[in-house]
Structures are given as C-alpha cells and as structure tokens.
Design a protein. Structure first.
Length: 234
C-alpha cells in the first residue's frame, strides 16, 4: 500500500493550554486506501500497509487508547502475526515512535523514524520517495494546519516517483488528524479521503481546500451558537 506518514505534535491552543495532535496520511496506486491503512485517535496514529492486515491498525489504536506505548502496542501485535514479514506497520504515540518493514515486502521498501514522526513505503521507485516525504514534513510551517502539511509531504514523495506500478492508473489517498483539544466544531478538513482517481494528491488537496472553505463558512454562519456553547461550558 505504497507510502504513508504518521506524525505527533505538541502545541498550545488559543486558551494557552498544552495539547497534542496526531496525523496520518497515505497514498497508493489502488482504490480505497482510506478504508484500509490509516488509523488515528487523540492518543496516536498508525499506518498498516504492504500485505495489509487492517486488524493491526485497528487494534494498534485500541491499545494506544488503553494507555500502552506505541512500541509495546505495535510490536506485540506483530509478534502474534504469522504474516509479519510481508507487512509494514508504523506509528506514533505520545511518548515515542515505531516502524517495521518485513523482509518479504516488495522492492523498493523501507522506512524512516524522525523526531515524533515515521514514514514508510513499499513498491516505490526508490528511497528518495520516503526521504522527500520526511524532509518536507520536517521543514513545514507549524502555523499551517497539519492536514495541509501532510498533503505537502505526500506530494513531495509523489514527485519523486511514488508508487512504481504505473500500469495501475486508479489511485487513492487519505488523511486523518486527531487532537486532544476539545472543539465545539471539529475542522472538516481533518478527515479526508479520495477513493478512486488518477490524480490522488491533486484531488486530496482540492478536497482539503473545499473542506476548509466549508468549515470557515459554517463557523461564520453558526458563530452565535458556537459562542453560546462555549460560554455554557465555561
């Protein structure tokens, strides 16, 4: 399932409170990757790919939600998975990162772990795909929404060649961002999927832009109701 990035960031909200956010984004030369690969909650983000085992992602997030560290959670799942050498599994939690690429994944495959992020890919044109993805994320402007920066990172990998299966024209991409911050209205652009297209990154970016416009319009239309809900909870 091509290449993906998982991210953990700490930030300060508008009230001066410390918060965490977790994001995951993925693209591949097959339809519907958003139903299989990316998983996230306010406790972490996980991507399961190569010969996909969806249970690794779902249970990985469940373990993180129950308080396990990401390395313990994901390694324990792999240890009981007979097909692990055909899998890639990586993710981030509040206290660390984890990345695994089985020896039987298809070339080119590999992963990289950075400060609070992981990138992994298989069936790629080369290592430069994940390197560009990681470098673009690392140099991104923290003032921009994480969803936008994840798309930028995917685009950088895509421009390096991405998935090498050029005969497969129908592609997909997806992203999920979760945060510990309580919001009256969650941004619509934090959970996006493009399930079947020949231009997944272009379409994911356009979907992000439309979702951002819709979110801003909704905030403006329902500003009074949002203010009343916030004051009621004060």
């Amino acid at each position: 399932m091509t290449f993906s990035i998982c991210v953990h960031e700490e930030y300060t909200d508008d009230e001066g409170e410390s918060q965490r956010r977790f994001g995951v984004a993925v693209t591949t030369r097959l339809p519907g990757v958003g139903t299989l690969c990316p998983f996230a909650s306010e406790h972490g983000a996980v991507a399961t790919q190569a010969l996909v085992n969806v249970e690794l992602g779902a249970k990985g997030i469940e373990h993180l939600n129950n308080g396990l560290g990401v390395e313990v959670a994901l390694q324990s799942l792999l240890s009981s998975d007979d097909g692990r050498e055909k899998r890639q599994l990586h993710g981030v939690g509040a206290q660390g990162t984890f990345a695994f690429s089985g020896d039987e994944c298809l070339d080119w495959f590999g992963h990289v772990e950075g400060p609070n992020y992981t990138v992994a890919g298989n069936l790629l044109t080369g290592e430069s795909v994940i390197e560009a993805t990681a470098e673009t994320y690392e140099s991104s402007d923290r003032d921009d929404p994480l969803a936008k920066r994840l798309i930028d990172a995917l685009e950088a990998g895509h421009e390096q060649g991405g998935d090498k299966r050029e005969d497969l024209e129908i592609q997909s991409a997806a992203l999920i961002v979760k945060t510990t911050e309580e919001m009256v209205m969650d941004p619509y652009y934090n959970d996006l999927r493009v399930d079947a297209t020949e231009t997944p990154i272009v379409d994911l970016r356009e979907t992000f832009e439309k979702a951002t416009q819709g979110y801003e319009a909704a905030l403006e239309k329902y500003a009074d109701e949002v203010d009343n809900d916030e004051n009621a909870g004060a």
